[in-house]
Design a protein around this ligand. Sequence first.
Ligand code: FAD
Length: 448
Amino acid sequence: MTAVLVVGAGPTGLLLATELALAGVDVTIVDRALSRSGQSKALTLQPRSAEILHSRGLLEPLLDQATARVPGGHFAGLALDYTSWDTRFPDQLGIPQARIEEHLEAHLATAGITVRRGLELTGLTRASDHVVASFADGTTIRADWLAGCDGARSAVRTLSGIAFPGRDGRFTAVVADIVAQDNRPDAGGWQLPSLTPQDGAVLSLLPLENGVSRLLFTGPEQQNLPKDEPVGFDEVSRALTSWYGADVVLKEVLWGSRFTDAARQAEQYREGRVFLAGDAAHIHSPTGGQGMNLGLQDAFNLGWKLAAVVKGEAGDDLLDSYHAERHPVGAAVLANTRAQGVLLVPDDDVTCLRETFADLLAVPGANHLLAGEISGLGIAYAPGDHPLVGRRMPDLDLPDGSTVATRLRAGRPVLLDLDDFPSAARVLVRPDGYVRWATNNPNQPAPA
Ligand SMILES: Cc1cc2nc3c(=O)[nH]c(=O)nc-3n(C[C@H](O)[C@H](O)[C@H](O)COP(=O)(O)OP(=O)(O)OC[C@H]3O[C@@H](n4cnc5c(N)ncnc54)[C@H](O)[C@@H]3O)c2cc1C
């Protein structure tokens, strides 16, 4: 018996379990894999994800391991400047997914919580006051609440009967981390990361660390292979040669997998005592580098709410706000990745559209809008009767030497009395850093 069962120990499940553990909630986290894969589909943290980790003191150890700071982001390869947003983290931080997972898992262990591995969810019985999860090896776990963080093919989603409308992928592509020898006479390193049409394929090659490069490619051959077909050395070698010629020789494929631009979103993020978060709740093309970040932010939204309800500090209706707040954010990411997919189609007319888009993005307001969406800094929830309500609270320096982020470390709401923001204000900040209530009247009491 556990208060909350988290199924899936990817970045989403690990952060959710971390939040619940911080609140002192009895949490169990399981994963079907016997060990972490060590593979990183995502390579960067977007600014809002950096902010939320910073607000729990979880970012600092990762910063030491950052491989890069990528200024701004991109929309279908068109540069976005994040600096118009008020943030301490206006760059994408080069912190691969595997390091984030490793860090969160180690942090959980310090709270005495170990991921229970080798447990594949295969059955789910739901009652009005609990759920019972059953696993392939015969184990059962009874829980008050269950969070499905079990990725794109979520068993929790299927077993709960939650619809997953959207469309299938229009192409299948390969991601592979490789080591290759560059024998070109003018070998000066790889091209900059870009998506480039080549004989109906798009391809990018991005140098990582220690001689390893990240290759993304698609072509006619990939469309005929099933998604779970292992990525072969010869297949990668052919793709590399078609782009660089025989002078670039593939030495090793460290890992590879296939992905599509399928776009689907769970109709409900909550079904009674069951929640979906991360890829279990939404899938879309990786363009723009948003999927892992979206999942981390789902977890951060759900964690404090679930903790408050488990501890009897809030009513059940707080849990409905998880779907109400996060479903529109996911829908917006699906829409922007689909729009980016259109802008990347190798077609003369689309090139004209891209050029128009590039002109538009030179307008500061347009850049600010899309930068806010891709970075996550522009996310806002239901507005209230004060302009700050629903918005993300900037990480201000406070008179006592603390900052808003350091005040949030305990994962509790914070009431701030601000002398000039821009005028005197009292602001109640939720544990996830969004403004719950604000007033300019010093005599108005804050809500309980
Ligand atoms: C090519 C590519 C590039 C990407 N690049 C980026 C990027 O730059 N930036 C970005 O933000 N995102 C990126 N993403 C997306 C990102 O990798 C995913 O969104 C992220 O992994 C989702 O995390 P998650 O924890 O929700 O799910 P997952 O990482 O899929 O974790 C799910 C976990 O659940 C476990 N599990 C599954 N089924 C069961 C079961 N039945 N029982 C128990 N356990 C189960 C799995 O073993 C796994 O550990 C990219 C994706 C791809 C394909």
